[in-house]
Ligand binder design. Structure first.
Ligand code: AKB
Length: 308
């Protein structure tokens, strides 16, 4: 039986990922951990990822064979407190990699489109390209991608990862990201019939609906390792849009929906430094990445689920 320890299990991705993994592998096959306590339907432990000793104890006691390390600060929050972000994002990752090396665990951690910067080609951004990010989050993500590659080549650890775009979900709201507007807009469309975007019209970013993101994690972890050329930091994207396009899509279902703009210079600068649309062909070729939702089908499902 697979035994998976998940860090950051109450975060935007973790909270849905744990449920999916428990459905596939069994409730007792997944140990959810987070820095705060929560009601859970399966094994749960409090874990501060900067405490490597505790992480080792929990993984060992649970008999884990897989580590899925999700705990991290997102881009906008990291910009508010860069030193804390470095300590949490890099300290947590180093601990997770070390525990995985010591216990020989298969390892997954996400990178992000935030690992790219203003000098990266903006359109059809290649898998292997210039990465000079200008945010603390981006610096953490590039360092993390390199560390995961290093643990594979130096220690033979089975590290895997993707570069996630903005993720959109109706279940758990994100916190502190630059792409969060594309989630908030659906909540506000239902609650108030209008939304004020902090990202300017015309700013394209890659996005993905959460079910596709969760499936991508499962598919990559189950993929034949001998076929993976890149292993870590696969570009994956399902769609690219700018604020007026998502607003237009919502208007098809809520005709009175109104969009205004009040641009936040910090998050706008981050968004401007990221690609418009990345190329996911390496992920498609190496492990069959295939997103099912586009902007239209995601909008139908988000509005439907949020109305319930
Ligand atoms: C963020 O906006 O910080 C995240 C990401 C793209 O990594 N959603």
């Amino acid at each position: 039986m697979k035994k998976i320890i998940v860090t950051g299990a109450l975060g935007q991705i973790g909270s849905e990922l744990v449920g999916k993994l428990r459905t596939i592998y069994g409730t007792d096959a997944v140990l959810a951990t987070d820095i705060r306590a929560a009601q859970q339907d399966g094994p749960f432990e409090i874990l501060d990822v900067t405490d490597g000793k505790r992480m080792h104890e929990l993984a060992k006691e649970f008999g884990a064979d897989t580590m899925i390390h999700m705990a991290a600060l997102l881009s906008a929050t990291a910009e508010k407190n860069p030193l804390f972000a470095w300590n949490l994002n890099m300290g947590g990752l180093m601990n997770a990699l070390e525990v995985s090396r010591e216990l020989n665990l298969q390892f997954f951690t996400p990178s992000s489109i935030g690992a790219f910067g203003p000098s990266t080609p903006k359109d059809n951004t290649p898998q292997d390209t210039l990465q000079r990010p200008t945010t603390m989050y981006g610096v953490n993500k590039v360092a993390g991608e390199l560390l995961c590659d290093y643990y594979f080549t130096r220690f033979g650890l089975d590290t895997r990862g993707v570069r996630f775009p903005g993720l959109i979900s109706y279940a758990t709201p994100p916190g502190g990201g630059t792409t969060d507007y594309a989630v908030d807009i659906y909540y506000k469309a239902i609650e108030e019939g209008k939304y004020t975007s902090y990202i300017a019209e015309g700013t394209y970013m890659d996005m993905m609906y959460m079910p596709d993101a969760l499936q991508a994690i499962v598919d990559l972890m189950e993929a034949d390792g001998s076929k993976l050329v890149h292993r870590n930091a696969f570009n994956i994207s399902a769609m690219s849009f700018e604020p007026s396009q998502i607003a237009a899509e919502i208007k098809k279902h809520i005709p009175s929906f109104a969009m205004e703009y009040d641009v936040d210079p910090v998050r706008q600068a981050i968004a401007d430094s990221w690609p418009n649309a990345i190329d996911s062909s390496a992920a498609k070729a190496e492990w069959g990445f295939n997103a099912k939702y586009d902007l239209a089908s995601m909008t139908v499902d988000m509005l439907d689920k949020l109305k319930k």
